[in-house]
Design a protein around this ligand. Structure first.
Ligand SMILES: [Zn+2]
Length: 135
């Protein structure tokens, strides 16, 4: 194990395991069609309970980022970039993740990125790499 893993539950299992099939799954409201991340049992926009995971394109842009230089985990070499990714489906759909296959000083706001997955035990961590980078 290289990083602490999330506990899987009813609402987040799709998000953390979709990578097994190469899919970044995000919950979406079937009534108002808004994306919901992190997932919740009720739509925060229209209060519908008709919510379920849906496949995204798995692409987006770096909305914001920071370079971590503190060795919090001996198994995760520093420095590395932690970024908020704005997914292409909706400008308000953002997730926080780690960037891979990019030098920290090459990260910029607006950088185009695509999802890739790192499997650890029963979890597929959705990480992001620059478009065109080889994972
Ligand atoms: Zn809704």
């Amino acid at each position: 194990m290289t990083v602490p893993l999330p506990s899987l539950g009813f609402e987040n299992t799709a998000f953390w395991t979709g990578g097994e099939r190469g899919e970044l799954l995000i919950h979406r409201c079937r009534d108002c069609t808004r994306w919901l991340h992190p997932a919740a049992p009720i739509c925060r926009y229209c209060y519908s309970r008709a919510i379920g995971p849906e496949k995204t394109r798995g692409s987006g842009t770096v909305y914001s980022y920071t370079i971590n230089r503190q060795p919090w985990l001996s198994t995760l070499p520093v420095p590395y970039a932690i970024a908020v990714i704005q997914l292409d489906e909706d400008p308000s759909l953002r997730l926080t993740t780690r960037l891979v296959d990019v030098a920290p000083d090459a990260v910029r706001i607006g950088l185009r990125v695509v999802v890739c997955f790192e499997q650890i035990e029963d979890v597929w961590l959705p990480l992001f790499a620059p478009e065109g980078a080889t994972a």
